[in-house]
Design a protein. Structure first.
Length: 412
């Protein structure tokens, strides 16, 4: 089986990790102090969005210093009990032959579910206090209130999304190693769509490039469009979960932010997120309706100076609401019905145009007659008893697939 590129090209040494200089320096300093025999009182909490190198940094550090990593995915190891069983002994025992020591890693501590993990946080805190080895934690969101006690026992290092130009460099290296031709513009499209998430960028590159010798801009565009759709879930989630004005407003400066689709998405996502909290839902929908009024005004009167109020109402207006419920880590937002419908209508119009053109050529009739008389008749025929043979015949004459013909004949 071939190794996924994110693994194949995962940096093995700190010097190959792109950006994140502050984190590298801090980690090296902590390990340096520990190697000199200092008893560490605090852990290190690496915080940051997905795919920016949190886990990679720790493994690269271990590699550089000849350390063994004892890794626990905090959300897998359900209870404090298990943590103490697995790590308890290990933090006192010395390392396997060939290693200078260990790094204890608790990955994704914000995945801890406090209700189920009673004792989990307490146990991690105990490990930090008792371990003979450095303890490192990772989290997407270090400001989660449930992590407060852990935060106090750690030095928190905030990692940022990677710069677009750095993601391009990373992708370029992979293309070179895989001997794939790819223009800078194509790589830039992939990097932009990843919003600084190296994992997403590498996965997208692999999707379009594996097994090929060249990648065109068109390939990259198709994938970045898909990535944009996926990203919308994330952008909407960030906006809804924002805890202050600044955080909510920040989503509008994301490179891929597109306010028109954002508006559609957030309007459909707010009821999902606040479904059981009427006051929060009322406030958010009220603000969104005001954003919509401003949008209409901008479109009619071209008063673009109102734009900032509209953006604030769409983002902060959806996040800063009264009686905001405690939101789960994972909210199941739907794909907006409106966008799904628009896509369908767009596809239907396209395929209908093709059908009309083909029928015009075959039957020598004008588009008007086809539209007004032939299409309604075909609609009835394909629903009738001999529907399937009519479809087959139409498909033969026009070269369209039967599903496409059905779509072209559906009523909007
Ligand atoms: N700074 C970086 N330099 C080089 N490669 C990187 C960097 N960040 C991420 N990558 C690439 O992306 C992949 C995923 O990174 P990593 O697992 O470290 O992300 P993470 O920040 O821990 O994300 P998560 O929070 O989702 O676990 C790595 O295998 C590596 O190939």
């Amino acid at each position: 089986m071939s190794i996924p590129w994110v693994e194949k090209y995962r940096p093995r040494s700190l010097k190959d990790v792109v950006d994140q200089e502050e984190a590298k320096a801090k980690l090296e300093e902590v390990v340096g102090r520990w190697l000199k025999g200092e008893q560490l009182r605090k852990g290190v909490l690496l915080a940051g969005p997905p795919g920016v190198g949190k886990t990679t940094l720790i493994h690269a550090l271990a590699n550089d210093y000849g350390l063994e990593v004892l890794e626990l995915n905090a959300s897998d190891e359900r209870t404090g009990d298990r943590i103490s069983r697995i790590v308890g002994r290990s933090i006192r025992e010395s390392s396997l032959f060939g290693f200078r020591g260990k790094l204890i890693l608790f990955d994704e501590v914000d995945g801890l579910d406090l209700k189920e993990d009673r004792g989990g946080v307490g146990e991690i805190i105990k490990v930090i206090g008792e371990s003979r080895f450095p303890v490192v934690l990772t989290a997407n969101d270090p400001w989660d209130p449930k992590l407060r006690d852990l935060r106090e026992r750690c030095e928190v290092i905030q990692l940022k999304p990677l710069k677009e130009s750095d993601v391009v460099k990373l992708l370029r290296k992979i293309c070179d190693a895989e001997k794939i031709r790819c223009s800078d513009d194509a790589l830039r499209l992939l990097a932009k769509a990843s919003m600084g998430d190296a994992r997403a960028a590498i996965n997208d590159l692999e999707l379009v490039a594996r097994g090929r010798s060249a990648v065109t801009e068109e390939d990259a565009e198709a994938i970045s469009y898909r990535a944009h759709q996926v990203d919308m879930f994330r952008v909407v989630d960030m906006a809804i979960k924002a805890r202050n004005f600044e955080e909510a407003r920040r989503v509008t400066s994301l490179p891929s932010f597109d306010w028109e689709s954002f508006f559609t998405w957030i309007t459909e996502s707010v009821p999902v997120a606040y479904g059981s909290a009427p006051m929060a839902l009322f406030d958010a929908m009220n603000n969104l309706s005001r954003a919509d009024l401003i949008r209409g005004r901008i479109e009619r009167l071209q008063e673009w100076e109102l734009m900032r109020y509209m953006l604030e109402l769409m983002t902060a207006g959806a996040a800063l609401v009264r009686e905001k419920p405690k939101l789960p880590f994972f909210i199941k937002y739907g794909y907006p019905a409106k966008i799904r419908l628009l896509n369908k209508i767009r596809a239907m119009r396209q395929v209908r145009e093709v059908l009309i053109r083909k029928l015009r050529e075959e039957a020598h009739l004008g588009s008007r007659v086809i539209n007004l008389e032939v299409l309604p008749m075909l609609r009835l025929l394909i629903r009738g008893e001999r529907g399937s043979s009519v479809l087959a015949e139409l498909s033969r004459v026009t070269g369209l697939g039967e599903e496409e013909i059905r779509l072209a004949l559906s009523t909007d």
